[in-house]
Ligand binder design. Structure first.
Ligand code: XCC
Length: 663
């Protein structure tokens, strides 16, 4: 297979050919050299104590302590969920520290950009807002948010945002999260040698810790980000490796937290910095995002995106990146090795992340603007060291920034902002259902293929798609996050999107922002007409190219919230039929959502549509009929456009001589 067949992304294809030509090894090569361990990859290896590692190769075999295969597989899965929940939630904690610093005046450079949201979230966390300054509210709110992490009993505050019925399901199952950190720690405790040895009971704690992430740490991270940096609304920007500039200093910001990247956005537009870049022979400074840092800065500042997870090494291969500035999560250690062949400086910035061979310029929110300028200056100083460059020229436009607040506004305006039109569209059958297609890239499967094929098929079937993370960036690169993507949409979906003026694929942010999708689902469930719980909604959640433990936490909190969730690539618990059954059939009975791993793209699409139809039937909604809608205005307009193209001088309102059939 040619290396370029490993991706469907046009610029990645070009860069993979280039990598082969230059003999540079990337994740696309290393994946061939590293076969997955056949035992560990199926969840059958226990290394939780020094009597092992015990490799259980068949059902019935037990470890030295007597642990069964199902216990081992369940323990492995929940430990991954704990790591994913910890990563997301710790991100939320750091944002709360910045909010605290803003309130006390110790975080210069930051401000409260969305005071409305500050007040709204403060009310949700029972902070007094009437007659108080925003700083006073922010101080109490930051303290309340931080307390959510260490809370020992009771329930997390934002659990109250879930539909009543959902909360009851959680109470009954005993999985309502008490404190964000507590649930993660309890997983580590329960899975230590000699503790919880009942697979279902172990997995229950996975549900609880994941809920602490989805309705706790992650949701709080989103809320605090919006307060500090602004609640996103749609704007136009561009994506792909082609956004890098031939004659300007290129800085790529990669990772997850918006705290540093927002400061770098300010620093690169400082006239002094631009002058400094010119003094080094550059025409200016280009900033581009990567992975979820990109999602954060795309939707708030319109910073162009260089791409998603598997594009990170390819960006350095252009030879045009002066600095790749990274913070936390999804940063490949391979970046440093690739950068050795070029002038690119890999700069680590988080106190939590150092990479051997990279330059460390530690970020501190107390002097953020200063550090951001130092980093930008280091990148500029590196410009004269540039060697030959090769930037693939293609770029694509996209419209990111559909926060749940904006979606509500788009559907109802100022006067009647609500999700009512969305529910109505599903009830009438114009929309067959909704799908959240999120998550990573994984070089074990063709880069960006599953994300794009699945989403196009959903559009054709009148399923409205929301996306976050690297999945969103994938389809942005392929032009699906635009009104023009309506050419892929079925007639009902097209009617809705044209009426409201939205693209058929809505970008809802970074992976920590999946809580925005939960909020939309909760509102749909309480708006009326689609049952009274998230599990009643004709919808699915997918992560078809997942690789990170965060994706497992996200999938689990979607399932725990009542969503049928399908992950691609492979199952990490494939070795245990019992665990596969618990997270599928068992969780569906207990909690209303189920988790499946399905590597086959066509089967994933079919299972999703079948599930949506099943939920429609359960609600008593009309059976989905693809031919029922789409005979309204747009056909006439299309006919007019075609007639005009053919040279006819007709108005769309007097289409004499042009029939719809001709169009
Ligand atoms: Fe990482 Fe968030 Fe996955 Fe992309 S999608 S590879 S986790 S950057 Ni969240």
């Amino acid at each position: 297979m040619a290396k370029s067949d490993r991706t469907v992304s046009p610029t990645a294809k070009i860069m993979l050919e280039k990598a082969a030509e230059m003999g540079v090894s990337t994740a696309f090569d290393r994946v061939d050299e590293m076969k997955p361990c056949p035992i560990g990859s199926k969840g059958m290896c226990c290394k939780n104590c020094a009597m092992g590692p015990c490799r259980l190769t068949k059902d019935g075999q037990v470890g030295i302590c007597g642990a069964t295969l199902e216990t081992v597989a369940a323990r492995n899965l929940v430990r991954s969920i704990a790591a994913g929940a910890a990563a997301h939630s710790d991100h939320g904690r750091d944002l709360a520290f910045v909010l605290h610093g803003v309130a006390t005046g110790e975080a210069p450079g930051y401000q409260i950009r969305d005071e409305f949201k500050l007040r709204e979230v403060a009310r949700d966390l029972k902070v007094e807002v009437e007659g108080r300054t925003k700083e006073d509210i922010a101080l109490d709110l930051a303290e309340k948010v931080l307390a959510q992490f260490g809370q020992q009993s009771g329930e997390l505050a934002l659990v109250a945002r879930a539909p009543k019925k959902r909360q009851e399901v959680w109470h009954k199952a005993g999985v309502t999260p008490r404190g964000i950190d507590r649930e993660i720690v309890e997983i580590m405790h329960r899975t230590h040698i000699g503790n919880d040895q009942d697979a279902e009971h172990i997995l229950d704690q996975g549900l609880r810790a994941a809920l602490g992430d989805g309705w706790g740490g992650s949701m709080l991270a989103t809320e605090v980000s919006d307060i500090l940096f602004g609640t996103p609304s749609p704007l136009v920007t561009e994506i792909s490796l082609g956004v890098l500039s031939e004659d300007e200093v290129n800085i790529v910001i990669h990772g997850h937290e918006p705290t540093l990247s927002e400061m770098i956005v300010d620093a690169v537009s400082d006239p002094e910095m631009i002058e400094y870049a010119k003094s080094k022979g550059a025409k200016g400074i280009t900033l581009a995002g990567m992975c979820c840092t990109s999602n954060e800065t795309l939707m708030r500042q319109g910073v162009p995106s260089a791409g998603n997870f598997l594009d990170q090494e390819l960006a350095i291969l252009t030879g045009a990146v002066e600095a790749m500035v990274v913070d936390i999560q999804c940063i490949m250690q391979g970046l440093v090795a690739v950068a050795e062949g070029f002038h690119t400086e890999v700069i680590t910035t988080s106190p939590k992340v150092m990479i051997t061979g990279a330059t460390h310029m530690e970020f501190d929110e107390h002097r953020a603007p200063e550090i951001a300028r130092e980093i930008v200056k280091a990148a500029i100083d590196n410009f004269p060291n540039r060697g030959p460059i090769f930037i693939p020229s293609a770029t694509e436009d996209l419209v990111p920034g559909f926060s749940h607040e904006y979606i509500r506004y788009a559907l109802g305006g100022y006067y009647r902002g609500s999700l009512r039109p969305l529910n109505d569209a599903i009830m009438s059958g114009r929309l067959r259902g909704v799908a959240g297609v999120v998550g990573c890239n994984n070089p074990r499967v063709t880069h960006d293929e599953a994300h794009s094929r699945i989403v196009k098929e959903f559009l054709k079937n009148d399923v409205l798609v929301v996306q976050t993370g690297c999945g969103a960036l994938c389809n942005a690169k392929l032009g699906l996050l635009l009104g023009e993507a309506l050419e892929y949409a079925g007639p009902g979906l097209r009617e809705i999107c044209e009426t409201v003026g939205i693209p058929p694929v809505l970008h809802m942010g970074s992976c920590v922002d999946n809580g925005r999708i939960l909020t939309v689902l909760a509102e749909m469930a309480t708006e009326g007409g689609l049952g009274d719980d998230i599990s009643d909604i004709p919808g699915v959640g997918l992560a078809p190219e997942w690789m990170s433990e965060k994706a497992l936490s996200i999938a689990t909190y979607f399932v725990a919230s009542g969503v049928y969730t399908i992950m691609g690539v492979k199952s990490p618990v494939e070795g245990s039929e019992a665990v596969t059954d618990i997270i599928g059939r068992g969780w569906e009975e207990k909690i209303g959502g189920k988790l499946e791993f399905e590597p086959d793209i066509d089967k994933t699409i079919q299972k999703s549509l079948d599930h949506i139809d099943k939920k429609r039937a359960a609600l008593g909604l009309p059976e989905y009929d693809p031919a029922r809608f789409g005979r309204s205005g747009d056909r006439r307009f299309n006919a007019w456009l075609k007639a005009r193209e053919a040279g006819a001088e007709v108005s769309p309102y007097s289409m004499a001589g042009v029939t719809v059939e001709e169009a």
